[in-house]
Structure formats: structure tokens, C-alpha cells
Design a binder for this molecule. Sequence first.
Ligand code: MLT
Length: 404
Amino acid sequence: MITANPHYKKLQGSYLFSRISKILEEERKAQPNLDIIKLGIGDVTKPLSPAVIKAFHQGVDDMATEQGFRGYGPEQGYEFLREIISTNEFPELDIKADEIIVSDGSKCDVANIQELFTQNTSVALPDPVYPVYVDSNVMAGRSQDFKDGRYEGIHYLEGTQANNFVPPPPAEHFDLIYLCFPNNPTGQVASHADLERYVTYALEHNALILFDAAYCAFIQDSTLPKSIYEIPHAKKCAVEFRSFSKTAGFTGTRCAFTVIPKECRIFDAEKKPTALHDLWIRRHSTKFNGVSYPVQRAAAAIYSKAGAEETENRIQYYMHNAKIITQTMETLGLTFYGGKNAPYVWVDTKKSSWDMFTEILKKTGIVLTPGSGFGKNGEGFIRISAFNSTENVETAMQRLQSMF
Ligand code: MLT
């Protein structure tokens, strides 16, 4: 008898952003004239930049020639892309091209990597945080039931206003720690000292850190760490996830990369260190056939002179939107976090998140994300995304000002 994975039954409803899409569909039917502005899911709106598009086209043209045609590419990604990432993203950190593994998205990588660990791996992750870390571990059977807003068997690192949503490492032992900075959803960024505490913890506990840095390109304050590898010895105990999605508008084009330094170790059944890099390559080459050649050409173009300038312009465009949002929150006298080094603004509404989400949608047509969708500690908050046109962000903020 083919039997369903029982752990899926523990999951709470549908994935957060699918649930929001369904509600939006219903609202569209109920109020066909409602002018919807989406500041919910962090999805870019600006087109791919000219340098990226040129390289993308060139990649397609190459595929039409005898010499340029490519069949299966290297599963780990073409060397031209891994080399250029190594040089441009980690100029002083000595991350080598063969420690970079190209994929079609950080969401997939961050969800898939946990299959390399034993079933009884103990997991600690922040609350609030990107829901994929929790859900993928629940699917894998690393939790018990959902009670009082949380899964039993998973340890939640308490992100609160008291710690500015940068929770400290746990006091007890855990094997696997998820971190996300700049944080989704709060937009807060950990300092070097904060990350040093986690690296020290991971080394002391023989634990592994999964560091999601999908939004690091949005950091404006140069004193803040963009990569966990800025912390000494982090290469031994941390994996970093990076993405072209938000950085360069690739949400629909799909390209990302995961960094697993050769010295990053986990442990075998005899407690002997084993290279995580080798295990991930084994998994990746078995289950994935690489990102398409034209897409990798397009991704590499963000590191050309023109591509880098255009990419930075897009980041500054969204950060300008974030400023409009934070200024509006200040005018409204609402407490907020983020928006300075991240494209998300995290607002304390002092009302139920879903009630606030619904009220704002019905009255103004603005789609936000309810904070409680990111964890129990998100209750009372809403997340506002800066990914939209400046015109739409300005209109949305005017509507919010009239509503509050
Ligand atoms: C978000 O809005 O949290 C993100 O866009 C979701 C994602 O990157 O998968």
C-alpha cells in the first residue's frame, strides 16, 4: 500500500504566500473595482537590466550554433559563473569557485539541505523567520504536533522587540541552527559580534549554521557583515545561501548559489568529521541537472561593469521605496524595524496580524504580509515589502495614512 508521509498532516494549512494569493483572489471577486497594490510577497517588479538581458540573449544565440551549443552542463554550475562569483562576492574571504554550487533558488537549497542530516537532528531556528525552514523540517519528521502556534520538537530562538529581533544563541545544545540576515521578515541585520556568538556556539557544540544571506546586497551600512565568512572560523561550521532573485531581479528567471567551504564539517555515525561539501555535491549531482546555460550567462553579467552599476541602481531604487515606507511609519507614529539595510519594513500594529491584513486589504486594496505567518512572535506585526514601483509605494502609503 502506498502510504502518505504522515508528517505532512502536521503542517498548518497551505504555505503562507499561497494562502495570501487565495485570499486575494477572493477579494478580487468580492470587490472587482478594488485597486490592488501588492507589497506582500517580496517579488521584484523592475525588469532585468540591459546588461543582463544582453548576456541572456547571447546565451540563447550561443545555443543556436554548432560551437556554442551546450547539452547537460556541470551540475555544480559553469566555471565561468562560479569563478566570477568567487572573485566578486568574496574578494577577501578566499571562498573558492569549487566551494560555490549554483542552483535554481535558495528556497530549494535551504529546504533540501536538511536531508543530509539524520532524522534525530535537533533544530533551532528564529521566530519570526522565513517559513520554509520550519515547514521543511516538519515535512522531514523533525517535529511533533503544532500546539499554541509552534511545532513541538523544534526549538525557537526568540526574536523580540527587546533584542531587536536578533536573538542570542540558545543556552542548550542543538545540532542545526538556521539564521537569516538581513532578516526576512524583520529586515534587521546581525552585527559581527552577534554572528561571532553563533560561530563560537556552533564550534563548541559541533553544530552547523545554515546562514541565509539572500538579502545581503541590500545592506547599506558597510560596518555590518554581509557574509558569515567574515567571522573567523565560520568556514568550519557554516553554509551560506545567496540568491540572484532579489539582488538582480531573477525571481522569475531562477538562479542562486550555495557556499559550502571544503573545511565545513559534519560528523558521521562514529563522530568522525566528514566534509559536508562532498555530501551536498553527491546530492546535487544525483537530483539536479544544473541551471540553464543562458540563465547562468545572464547571472554572470551582473558582475560586468555595466551590469554591476545597473544592479546597484535597482537595489537603490527599492531602498528608496523602503525609505518612503519608513518615513510613513514615522509619520503614523508606528513602531517599526528594518527598511534601512533590507527591503522589508516590520511594523508593530498592536492588532491581530491577520485582522490587520484583512482590514488593510478590504479598505485600501494594499496587500501586506501578516507577521504571524512568520511565527508566533510575529503576531501583532505586518511586513511591508519595498518591491514595487515608487509610484505604487507612494500611493499605498497615502492610502495607509488616510486609513490610520
Ligand atoms: C518573501 O516574500 O518572504 C519571499 O519572497 C519569499 C521567497 O523568497 O520565497
